[in-house]
Design a protein around this ligand. Structure first.
Ligand SMILES: Nc1nc2c(ncn2[C@@H]2O[C@H](COP(=O)(O)OP(=O)(O)O)[C@@H](O)[C@H]2O)c(=O)[nH]1
Ligand SMILES: [Mg+2]
Ligand SMILES: [Zn+2]
Length: 287
């Protein structure tokens, strides 16, 4: 039998079949081989006499992230607040790039639209909407949720983004219950409170699987080469192959198509600056 691991706590796993959830453990040899089981894994399992599952095999993953450990994500909804806290776009762009690196689709969710003017919101939206689906919401009233639901429908999705931007508030609304704990930023400094401690997948009838996680505020990118960074920015692809030098870094080279697109306003400045910052960071790892 096959199912999806939707939760793991202290060596116990919850495996969802079409219509039932079984609790159980991994078979001994899986554990001995340090075969970690990730939430999101599709597994083969057997049932013992107590109707508990015994996981016998983990099917090949499309992708995985280690902190927190999840697999088979299809869409990362990178979430930031329009204000309170002020957007830190380099951080947001790094999260996006980390998803790109793992071939996970990206969508952008801008929260707290009630706190800013429509002009400011429009400029944030424009920064991303040429390459990613963007929804802007008010997590308190539910405004904009239909756009977001249309973006995530039928996919394995997780929210990522800085603390305090309204991820738990949004999840609560999507899940229709108070599962994810919400809190003000100051509450969160009291350690151990208002945090999601484990990963759990919530399945919806329309096939959407929402991963509730303690958060991906940063994702490891250390395996990267400086020439690879540009591949993580889809807006640079518009004129791929049109720079004078085939190994152009789009920084100081003459006749650079990316710099031309930047000058023409086709690539947002904040995105380009995030690219430069990431190249610097990657270079510093290799020193
Ligand atoms: N004004 C406004 N406040 C929001 C919105 N969404 C969430 N908040 C508030 O922002 C704070 C942090 O929200 P929370 O969901 O805990 O953020 P998380 O750290 O990303 O999970 C809470 O006080 C929420 O009530 C929104 O759309 N507008
Ligand atoms: Mg939260
Ligand atoms: Zn170039």
């Amino acid at each position: 039998m096959q199912g999806r691991v939707i939760k793991g706590i202290g060596g116990f796993y919850f495996v969802a079949d079409e219509d039932k959830v079984y609790m159980g453990k991994a078979r001994g040899n899986l554990k001995r081989n340090k075969n970690i089981i990730y939430v999101g894994d599709i597994v083969e399992y057997q049932l013992n006499d107590n109707d508990e599952c015994v996981i016998t095999k983990v099917l090949e993953r499309n992708n995985f992230l280690s902190r927190p450990p999840v697999s088979n994500l299809e869409l990362l909804v990178v979430t930031f607040a329009a204000a309170d806290p002020e957007p830190n776009l380099p951080v947001i762009d790094k999260l996006i790039a980390a998803a790109e690196l793992r071939d996970i689709d990206v969508a952008i969710c801008i929260t707290k639209k009630d706190l800013i003017s429509s002009e400011v919101l429009e400029s944030y939206t424009r920064t991303y909407s040429n390459v990613y689906p963007v929804a802007s919401i008010n997590g308190l009233t539910g405004e904009g949720f239909d756009d977001l639901k249309a973006i995530i429908r039928g996919k394995n999705v997780a929210l990522a983004g800085p603390s305090g931007v309204g991820k738990s508030t949004l999840l609560n609304q999507l899940l229709g219950e108070d599962t994810a704990e919400t809190g003000s930023i100051s509450d969160k400094t009291k350690r151990g409170r208002h945090t999601t401690r484990h990963v759990e997948i919530f399945a919806f009838e329309d096939g959407t699987n929402i991963y509730d996680t303690p958060g991906f505020t940063s994702l490891d990118m250390t395996e990267m080469d400086e020439h690879e960074v540009q591949t993580l920015f889809p807006e640079f692809r518009r004129r791929r192959g049109e720079c004078r030098y085939s190994d152009c870094m789009h920084i100081n080279e003459p006749e650079c198509a990316v710099k031309e697109d930047l000058a023409a306003g086709l690539i947002p400045e904040t995105r380009y600056n995030s690219y430069l910052a990431m190249v610097d960071e990657v270079k510093s790892w290799h020193k």
